[in-house]
Design a protein around this ligand. Structure first.
Ligand code: EPU
Length: 409
């Protein structure tokens, strides 16, 4: 493989900016939205709630949430789409009420993924919380600013509290916040509309509530996980890839490891050029909140380590079921030993062979594609909806670089 690949807008930023459009009655123009299934679900959900949606370009939309007619998230959406949880805070702040079932989504956390921090946080801001059959029912005429400490660092939890607090009465101080780049991006979008948020991107965020927010324009930041995934893909396939429209400073934890293990690259402000390395060393990683090593790159990095010289220990600390795919890599010929707590010992380098696989989640799915690119023979991957959730037209984009990927139906 060789050539140039452009990074699309960040899934995990788009999935917060879209619901945040509910916080204003005015039109919001969003550009650089990735064309992925999770974004389609968010747009459908906005439309179901009563927002007017206009597609203004291949990756841009105008959204006007003037006449919101519902404050309920249907189980049909919530069950299959975990990011539907991001609609709860804006509906509560805008409508004074919201009803929703426990969100579903991919299978990476034990016993479903919890939302206790959201509920606890909204209660701290004065919401009345009731559980009504299978639904949570939250009410607050107007939320009230408060101090809240996250006992577990949570990306979506931090973002939900920012959205709830920006229309609350008074000041909210959030402590032990997540610092992922999608969080300052959300704050930047809201501040451009008149919100008063300071400290986003640091552990303490202070929000002075305002009475209303205005519309405006926003460009989604580049997807740092796509950037890292393509960089790893280049290293695994020994491809001289240039990755453009990206932000290399958002993947410093990965680039620092590349330096350590002998994978060379050149980086500019919005591009990354990977230099093929014949051999590279193994390396232990432990996933961590930003700016540590992202859990969303863990599976692709494991594929890289199947080609490294030596043994690496991959320690997943955020989601306890996010190493399930390792069994698929073993079926392909990788030498991986699973340990408890969730860790995978990878002995490299090993030859991989094409197999019939099923993708359990989005990030495992892309790791299988990377593994398949270097495997001898053909690999068939089932459940590709999971991959389409987060990577735009991945087959077509990689085929342009020299891959041979066909969508079966
Ligand atoms: N947690 C709780 N209670 C809660 C919420 C989370 O205990 O109410 C726990 C989780 O179980 C987990 C930890 O907190 O152990 C951290 O999870 P976090 O809440 O940060 O994850 P998230 O906000 O649900 C976002 C991304 C994930 C990404 C993580 C970590 C979105 C929509 N999702 O999830 O993205 O892995 O942060 O960076 O932003 C993906 O894109 O494939 C993906 C899963």
């Amino acid at each position: 493989m060789s050539g140039q690949i452009e990074v699309k807008g960040a899934k995990n930023s788009a999935l917060k900016i879209l619901p945040a459009t509910l916080l204003t009655e005015e039109t919001v123009s969003i550009s650089n939205l990735p064309d992925i299934e999770d974004v389609h679900r968010s747009i459908e959900l906005l439309s179901e709630l009563g927002a007017e949606i206009n597609k203004t370009g291949s990756s841009s939309y105008d959204i006007k949430a003037k006449n919101i007619k519902k404050f309920e998230l249907s189980p049909e959406f919530a069950k299959k789409f975990r990011a539907s949880i991001m609609f709860v805070a804006p509906l509560l702040a805008r409508m004074g009420e919201v009803r929703f079932p426990h969100p579903g989504g991919c299978v990476i956390g034990a016993g479903g993924r919890p939302i206790d921090l959201f509920i606890e946080g909204f209660a701290a801001l004065g919401a009345e919380i009731n559980i009504d059959g299978r639904f949570y029912h939250l009410k607050a005429k107007r939320l009230k600013g408060a101090e809240y400490f996250f006992t577990t660092i949570s990306v979506t939890g931090t973002e939900a509290m920012i959205m709830a607090a920006c229309l609350a009465e008074g000041t909210t101080i959030l402590k032990n916040c997540a610092m992922e780049p999608e969080i300052p991006a959300l704050a930047e979008y809201l501040n451009a509309g008149g919100a008063k948020i300071i400290g986003a991107g640091s552990p303490t965020i202070i929000i002075d509530g305002v009475d209303k927010l205005n519309g405006g324009k926003f460009t989604i930041i580049p997807d740092r996980i796509e950037t890292g995934t393509f960089a790893i893909m280049a290293a695994v396939t020994r491809a001289p890839l240039t990755i453009t429209k990206c932000c290399p400073t958002h993947i410093e934890s990965l680039l620092a490891i590349f330096k350590k293990i002998g994978i060379a690259y050149e980086a500019g402000p919005d591009w990354l050029k990977m230099v093929p390395a014949k051999k590279f060393k193994s390396c232990n990683i432990k996933t961590h909140e930003y700016p540590g090593f992202p859990t969303d790159l863990q599976s692709s990095f494991t594929v890289l380590m199947t080609q490294a010289d030596g043994t690496s220990m991959i320690h997943e600390t955020i989601y306890d079921r996010r190493l399930l795919y390792a069994d698929m890599l073993t079926q392909m010929g990788a030498n991986i030993i699973m340990c408890a707590p969730p860790r995978a010992g990878v002995n490299g380098p090993t030859r991989l062979f094409g197999k019939k696989l099923t993708s359990p989640d989005l990030r495992a799915g892309i790791a299988m594609i990377i593994a398949a690119l270097i495997a001898k023979g053909e690999t068939e991957i089932d459940n590709i909806y999971q991959i389409d959730r987060g990577y735009e037209n991945i087959g077509e984009r990689l085929n342009k670089l020299g891959a041979d990927i066909k969508r079966m139906d």
